[in-house]
Design a protein around this ligand. Structure first.
Ligand SMILES: Cc1cc2nc3c(=O)[nH]c(=O)nc-3n(C[C@H](O)[C@H](O)[C@H](O)COP(=O)(O)OP(=O)(O)OC[C@H]3O[C@@H](n4cnc5c(N)ncnc54)[C@H](O)[C@@H]3O)c2cc1C
Length: 456
C-alpha cells in the first residue's frame, strides 16, 4: 500500500466493492439496499465473473442433509427455480443458464439507485496508511475513496495490492487446484444417449451415467493413443434443464497461477487444444449429429490467493462441523479437491452429521486491516477448506455478509470492521431472508458509547 496521493480527482463512496462475480454482486446489492453509496468496480468489460463468463453449468449444494436451505437471501432471488433433491438424494441435476444468471444480476443491480457499476475498471493500486485503506486506483487512473472496501476479486487482488498476507496452494508444495476451460455443446439429441427430455425429471443424477457410458470409450481411445494432453480420467458434463445442450467440465490444466498473465494466456491455449482433441474424438456420436460447440470466453480458475484473516478455517472445522459464536455463513458443500497435479481422481469428502458447517465473521477480515472485508472465495481458509466454500451458493452468502457488515460499519461510523458485532450482522441477514444460527441482536441506530471490540 502506498501513501495517499495528493492530486487527481477522487470519487467518494461509502463502500467500494472490487470484482463483480457472484460474491461482489451480492456484496454490492446488500450494502446498497441499506442506502449506502456503493461503487462496484469490475476489471472485465462485463459483470458476471466465473459463473457467467466461464460457466460451470451446475449449482452446488445450498441445503443441509434434511433438505433445509442454508444459503438463501440474494441467492434465492437469483436462482429461484432451484429445488432440493428427494430423500434418496436422487434429485434433478441443478443446472443454471449463465445468460439468465447475468440478467438476474443486472435486474438486482439496476434496482439500486445508490449503486454505481463501473466495468473495465481493474483495481491496480491501493493507497492508505497503516492498516487503513483510503483510496483505490483503477487501470484507467481513476481513484475511489470509501469508508469500507470489499475484495470480491476471487484471487484477493485488492487485498494483495494493499499488502495483505496471503497463501496460495496446498501446504506441501504450494500447488493449486487445476483450471478448466469449459465448453457447451448445443442441439444435442439426448435420445441417442437413451434419455428422453420429454419425461419429467429426465435429467436425474442417476441418469448421468448414460452420457458417460456413451462417451467414455471414445475418450479412453483418444488417451490410449496419446491423442490428448488432457490428464482427466473421466468424462464430466451436465445437461441443461431444457434438454438441448451439454456443458462440459472436461479440460484439466495444472499449474495455472491466476496472478500471472502469461501463465493464464498459455493455459487458455492449452484449454482450447484439449477441447479440440476431445471434440474430434466424440463428435461422430449420433447424439452430436447436429450439434454446435461454443468455448467459454474465460478460463475457469478454481483457486487463487487465500487472504490470511483473523481466523483461518480448516478442513477439521468443516468436517467436524465446528460451531462458531461469530457464525455468519453456512456451507453444505463437500471438500472437493481436483488433484493439483491433474493426474489423480478428484477427492470428495462430504460434510458429515447435519451436512453443513459455519464460516465465522473473522474469516472475512483481512489480518491487520481495519476497513477491508473479503467478499468472495478469497476469504481466510486453508486449501482444503477453500475447496468446499468456493462454490456459488456459499460465495453468494459470503458476499451478502460482507455487504451487510460494511453497511453497519458505515451507518454506525465505526473505524474498524471488528467493531461490528456478528449478532448485529446475523440480525440483518435474517431480516433479509438469509439462514443464520446464533443470537441475533438489532444494532443500535447510533452508538452512544465507544464500540465494544467483539472479536479481536
Ligand atoms: C471449472 C470450474 C467449475 C466449477 N464448478 C462449479 C459448480 O459446478 N457449482 C458451483 O456452485 N460452483 C462451481 N465452481 C465455482 C464457482 O463458479 C466460483 O468459485 C465462484 O463463482 C466464484 O465467485 P467469486 O465471486 O468468488 O469470483 P468470480 O466469479 O471469479 O468473480 C471475481 C471477479 O473479480 C474480477 N476482478 C479480478 N481482479 C479484479 C481487479 N483487480 N479489479 C476489479 N475486478 C477484478 C474478475 O474479473 C471477476 O469478474 C466452479 C469453478 C470452476 C473454475
Amino acid at each position: 500500500m502506498t501513501s495517499p496521493a495528493q492530486n487527481g480527482l477522487v470519487s467518494t463512496y461509502d463502500v467500494v466493492v472490487a470484482g463483480a462475480g457472484v460474491g461482489g454482486v451480492c456484496a454490492a446489492i446488500a450494502a446498497a439496499r441499506t442506502g449506502c453509496r456503493v461503487a462496484l468496480l469490475e476489471s472485465a468489460k462485463e459483470i458476471g465473473g466465473t459463473g457467467v463468463h466461464s460457466p460451470v453449468g451446475l449449482v452446488c449444494t445450498w441445503f443441509d442433509k434434511t433438505g433445509r436451505y442454508i444459503n438463501r437471501g440474494i441467492f434465492e432471488e437469483l436462482l429461484p427455480y432451484l429445488y432440493v433433491p428427494d430423500s434418496l438424494g436422487r434429485g434433478v441435476i441443478q443446472t443454471y443458464d449463465e445468460h439468465e444468471l447475468k440478467q438476474g444480476y443486472l435486474r438486482l443491480l439496476d434496482a439500486e439507485p445508490t449503486l454505481d457499476v463501473v466495468t473495465s475498471s481493474a483495481v491496480t493500486a491501493v493507497e492508505g496508511d497503516g492498516g487503513t485503506i483510503r483510496t483505490v486506483t483503477t487501470a484507467d487512473g481513476r481513484r475511489y475513496a470509501a469508508r469500507v472496501f470489499i475484495d470480491s476479486t476471487a484471487d484477493g487482488n485488492l487485498a494483495a495490492a494493499a499488502g495483505a498476507e496471503f497463501q496460495q496452494g496446498r501446504e506441501a508444495d504450494g500447488k493449486l487446484q487445476p483450471s478448466t476451460l469449459t465448453f457447451r455443446v448445443d442441439d444435442v439429441d439426448f435420445t441417442a444417449f437413451g434419455m428422453d427430455p420429454a419425461q419429467p425429471d429426465w435429467a436425474r443424477w442417476d441418469n448421468l451415467h448414460l452420457i458417460e457410458d456413451a462417451l467414455l470409450p471414445l475418450y479412453r481411445k483418444l488417451r490410449e493413443t496419446n491423442g490428448t494432453s488432457n490428464p482427466r480420467e473421466n468424462v464430466l458434463c451436465f445437461p441443461d434443464r431444457k434438454g438441448r445442450s451439454l456443458l462440459f467440465n472436461q479440460t484439466r490444466i495444472a499449474n495455472v497461477d491466476p496472478t500471472d498473465a502469461d501463465n493464464m494466456r498459455r493455459a487458455m491455449e492449452e484449454g482450447r487444444k484439449q477441447i479440440n482433441e476431445f471434440w474430434e474424438a466424440v463428435r461422430h456420436h449420433p447424439a452430436f449429429a447436429k450439434a454446435r460447440i461454443t468455448i467459454s470466453e474465460r478460463l475457469g480458475v478454481r483457486e487463487g490467493r487465500r487472504i490470511v484473516g483473523d481466523y483461518m478455517l480448516t478442513a477439521e472445522d468443516c468436517l467436524g462441523e465446528t460451531k462458531f459464536d461469530d457464525m455468519v455463513v453456512a456451507c453444505g458443500y463437500a471438500l472437493d479437491i481436483h488433484d493439483p497435479t491433474g493426474t489423480a481422481a478428484t477427492s470428495i469428502r462430504e460434510i458429515p452429521g447435519k451436512g453443513y458447517y459455519h464460516i465465522p465473521y473473522r474469516c472475512l477480515m483481512a489480518k491487520g486491516f481495519s476497513n477491508l472485508l473479503l467478499g468472495s472465495r478469497c476469504i481466510s481458509g486453508t486449501h482444503e477448506a477453500h475447496s468446499s466454500y468456493r462454490v456459488i451458493p456459499p460465495v453468494s452468502a459470503i458476499g451478502q455478509t460482507a455487504g451487510v457488515a460494511a453497511a453497519l460499519c458505515v451507518r454506525l461510523q465505526l473505524e474498524d470492521v471488528r467493531d461490528v458485532s456478528a449478532s448485529w450482522i446475523r440480525h440483518e441477514l435474517r431480516e433479509a431472508g438469509q439462514f443464520v444460527e446464533g443470537e441475533c441482536v438489532k444494532a443500535p441506530d447510533q452508538l452512544t458509547t465507544a464500540p465494544v471490540c467483539h472479536l479481536r
